[in-house]
Design a protein around this ligand. Structure first.
Ligand code: GDP
Length: 290
């Protein structure tokens, strides 16, 4: 995408004066670059319309450096598309803050739960990880392993259902002064009613302060559709976009906010447990523009 955009911009900056049709031609290239990057079609359409409108109006074409001005507009619109500023975690007024992690199996939910716990511990928090996936014994074991690696305690309860586990974990956290409780819920390979029902039950029983949906950036538009579905059912607070290190296209990063209305809060940048970063729309925009 970066290469394609750069070649579109070269055409603009190569000319001294720009006409409306120069801008429109460049926007056709931008449109292609975004579609090839797997950005949602409706998002691309609105994006290109907005940039064109701004570039043709506002005296841009009469300015001394019209090409640069158009690139600046593209940059600003990319940032706006992703949410303008960095979206932070919503803290509970009285601890513990409950963060409920949801997502499909394989998206990186368990890894991200541990990454987030480690990240928050570095900021002085005292998190507790909670194993709510009772269907796969391996999932509990996996959380214990990654929890140990980041030095965060893991709460699990054999034979109990996820609602009871979450409730008891909260009690445990209060007793042990854990100010953040991170619930690693069960995922499935596909969205199904039973999974959603279970997540709704947990939500209505523990009232999480933050529901974070974990999606795999490498699945492109599928990630965005998953986010749309989860948001409609659960009213999520934000998204963690994992495997951005392996995503060469960037379509999910650009579409999630516009399609769901919910911001990306963190990105996963690798398999290591410290490969988690807050999502900065401006940095991603500069990376895309090269
Ligand atoms: P879950 O089924 O959703 O709990 O997914 P896991 O946490 O087990 O992760 C699935 C796979 O994705 C594992 O091999 C993780 O190491 C890998 N993974 C998770 N996050 C990232 C990331 O940000 N980058 C890369 N490259 N791999 C990741």
């Amino acid at each position: 995408m970066t290469e394609k955009l750069q070649s579109a911009f070269k055409k603009l900056t190569g000319k001294g004066k720009l006409s409306e049709s120069d801008v429109k031609e460049a926007m056709r290239d931008v449109r292609m670059a975004l579609l090839e990057a797997d950005v949602n079609y409706a998002v691309v359409k609105e994006f290109v319309n907005k940039v064109t409108e701004k570039a043709i109006g506002q005296g841009v074409l009469e300015s001394l450096t019209p090409g640069q001005q158009v690139i600046k507009i593209v940059n600003e619109q990319l940032i706006e598309l992703m949410g303008s500023s960095q979206s932070k975690i919503k803290w509970a007024s009285a601890p513990p803050t409950v963060i409920m992690m949801v997502g499909l199996q394989g998206s990186g939910k368990t890894t991200t739960s541990a990454k987030l716990a480690g990240y928050l511990a570095k900021q002085g928090k005292n998190p507790l990880l909670v194993a709510c996936d009772i269907y796969r014994p391996a999932a509990v074991k996996q959380l214990q392993i990654v929890g140990q690696k980041v030095n965060i305690p893991v709460f699990s309860l054999e034979g109990a259902n996820p609602v009871a586990i979450s409730q008891q974990a909260l009690e445990y956290a209060k007793k042990h002064s854990n100010d953040v409780v991170i619930l690693d819920t069960a995922g499935r390979l596909h969205i199904d009613d039973e999974m959603m029902q279970e997540l709704e039950d947990i939500k209505s029983s523990v009232h999480p302060d933050e529901i974070l949906l974990v999606v795999d950036a490498m699945t492109g538009q599928d990630a965005v559709n998953v986010a749309k579905n989860f948001n409609e059912r659960l009213a999520i607070d934000g998204v963690v976009l994992t495997k951005l290190d392996g995503d060469t296209r960037g379509g999910a990063a650009l579409s999630v906010k516009a399609v769901t209305g919910k911001p990306i809060k963190f990105v996963g940048m690798g398999e290591k447990l410290d490969d988690l970063e807050p999502f900065h729309p401006d940095r991603i925009a500069s990376r895309i523009l090269g």
